[in-house]
Design a protein around this ligand. Structure first.
Ligand code: ARG
Length: 590
């Protein structure tokens, strides 16, 4: 808990005669008063009215009269059911800055997880099928959630559950055997495989024999026909190598790339278990689990085996979840997947039924979650065509570069000059930031409409804006050094400096810095990295307001300069940490 909150919560809890264990709850209930003049924090008294057998307003009145101001708390005022708290600014500034400086890059880190492990299933493209925007958004959300959970004290098992099994392989193998060309495969790998898949699929629409042939190939694959398995394995390796090159570019890696194929060999015994426990039943040659009763709405049964004997996506997910539990004893098992709500509801419900029937000690299916998200619209691609993440990254980089060149021509004096190598690094980082941020600028469940021109702007709610704000701070420190100010390696919050930070702009920044740990916590609890994006955008905006209104470097007032540089350093620390959680790179100049 942030020290200011801890102190205030302690005073309030004491006045209310609450046990120490309630302090955390008190601290979490602080909100911001509707208008700045009404205090720095508001404490809602509703929950305590019942206990004290009076009205919330009376509780607020009583607390306002009873609590004596101290070095941090300058004044208390009852406002209806709220108790508004006014802080003694210099002391609050000192406490916040001291906390940021001492914890430095660990500021905001918390131990909610207590070492518990979260299995995070994300990105998970399908081999030889298009990598679409759903996979792109899942990749970003997953990488952000992984970083956030680790910051909150969890271990994270990053699982790329590849779609490397299923009937699509029947189509690809059919196409390859019928008209595949070795030279094209070598040259274009995944693009070519997707092309084969799409072509065979189209053919099958008009010609049922193609569908039959594909089904037959998949059956041979499932039976382990060595020739067919060898083809499958080659296609998988080629695709995985291509995916890994893209992941490298994003700076991410997974703990496991084992997907549906690996678990497929373990499906049969799991289906047997479902049958033996009396949870599954035969239905027209297929094997299904009824789940509508568990889920409480009309929904198809969970199909574990098709009538032609083929395994199913759902059966694989059941077997895989059982495996994950046995290997990891997870605190949570999270699937970052959109538009598969029914599938996951069915799988989790089937597992719950098995848990009840077999009498598992731990009800771990309760810890399985589907974290869904909205569509990405407006990124121009030809319909039916694969959207390779790598192409999107290229496009972002090239556009960032073109924009920078354009800006150099229009206003060269505003931009630092970059060497050609620096320009490459900056364009790549800015392009990626634009994409990442576009995906996190709204809550995950909302659809996003993508606009290349907008997301690359240095102004507005964009990734490049945050990078630009960071670079601006780096520039201020460079200028300070040029002006003869020596900057400490480790900053300290000295009372005499903090007393100089009295403007409203500075105070707003201090109050905002205080809220970073809370934003991180919320992002983790709600599986919502957007909370961090929103926080950073507000922080950056407050910083830029401050910067436009106040001169930072004042050679005639060294103490004020030092104080303001310290404040900027604290903002820089928090911005760095937050951007790190989103996977956005910082740049010293851009
Ligand atoms: N590969 C699947 C798809 O692209 C998503 C896999 C999600 N993870 C899982 N365990 N089912 O649709």
């Amino acid at each position: 808990m942030v020290r200011i909150n801890e102190h205030l919560a302690g005073r309030l809890a004491a006045a209310l005669n609450l046990p120490d264990s309630e302090r955390e709850l008190v601290a979490r209930s602080f909100s911001l008063p509707p208008r700045p003049g009404m205090g720095d924090l508001a404490f809602p008294c509703f929950p305590y009215a019942k206990i004290l057998k009076t009205s919330p307003a009376a509780v607020a009145q009583r607390l306002a009269g009873q609590i004596e101001p101290d070095s941090l708390l300058s004044r208390l005022e009852a406002q209806g059911p709220y108790l508004n708290l006014f802080l003694n600014r210099p002391e609050a500034v000192r406490l916040v800055l001291d906390e940021v400086f001492t914890q430095s890059r660990d500021y905001g880190r918390q131990d909610l997880g207590r070492g518990g492990l979260i299995v995070l299933d994300y990105s998970h493209p399908n081999i030889a099928k298009p990598f679409h925007f759903g996979h792109l958004r899942s990749t970003y959300l997953g990488m952000e959630l992984a970083a956030i959970f680790e910051f909150l004290g969890y271990k994270v098992w990053r699982k790329n559950y590849l779609g490397d099994w299923g009937t699509q392989f029947g189509f690809i193998i059919y196409a390859w055997r019928t008209y595949g060309e070795e030279a094209l495969l070598r040259e274009r790998t995944i693009d070519y495989l997707v092309e084969l898949y799409i072509k065979a699929n189209k053919e099958a629409e008009d010609d049922s024999r193609v569908r039959e042939a594909a089904r037959e190939y998949f059956r041979r694959l499932e039976e382990g026909d060595p020739e067919i398995v060898a083809l499958w394995s080659r296609f998988r390796e080629l695709s995985l190598a291509a995916f890994k090159r893209t992941y490298d570019r994003l700076g991410i890696a997974f703990d496991s790339y084992e997907g549906e194929a690996a678990v497929n060999t373990r499906v049969a015994p799991v289906v047997e278990r479902f049958l033996k426990a009396g949870v599954a039943r035969a239905s027209e040659g297929a094997i299904v689990v009824d789940v509508a009763d568990v889920i409480g709405r009309e929904i198809a049964p969970c199909m574990l085996r098709k009538s032609d004997g083929a395994t199913t996506y759902a059966a694989r997910d059941c077997a895989e979840a059982i495996d994950r539990w046995e290997k990891h004893r997870f605190a949570a098992n999270i699937y970052v997947v959109a538009r598969q709500e029914d599938h996951f509801a069915q799988v989790f419900a089937a597992l719950k039924k098995l848990a009840a029937a077999e009498g598992w000690g731990v009800d771990w299916p309760e810890r399985c979650e589907n974290v869904s998200f909205g569509y990405v619209k407006g990124m121009s691609t030809r319909k039916g065509q694969a959207v390779w993440l790598d192409d999107v990254l290229d496009e972002a980089r090239d556009r960032a570069k073109a924009l920078r060149k354009h800006n150099e021509e229009v206003s060269p004096e505003r931009l630092p000059s970059l060497s050609p190598q620096e320009l490459e690094v900056v364009s790549e980082a800015v392009g990626q930031a634009a994409l990442i941020y576009a995906n996190v600028a709204a809550k995950r469940l909302s659809d996003i409409t993508f606009d290349w021109d907008k997301v690359l702007q240095f102004e507005g709610n964009t990734g490049p804006y945050l990078q630009y704000t960071y670079a601006r701070m780096a520039g201020i420190f460079r200028k300070a050094r040029e002006n003869g100010f020596s900057l400490p390696d480790r900053w300290e919050a000295r009372a005499e400096d903090c007393a100089r930070l009295i403007s409203d702009e500075e105070w707003s920044l201090i109050l905002k810095l205080r809220l970073f740990p809370q934003a991180v916590r919320r992002a983790g609890e709600q599986r919502e990295p957007h909370e961090i994006a929103k926080y950073l955008y507000e922080l950056a905006t407050l910083f830029n307001h401050f910067y436009h209104r106040h001169k930072v470097i004042n050679p005639e007032d060294a103490r004020l300069t030092r104080a303001r540089l310290g404040l900027i350093e604290a903002v820089r620390i928090v911005l760095t940490a937050g951007l790190g959680l989103l996977g956005i790179r910082t740049l010293e100049a851009m």
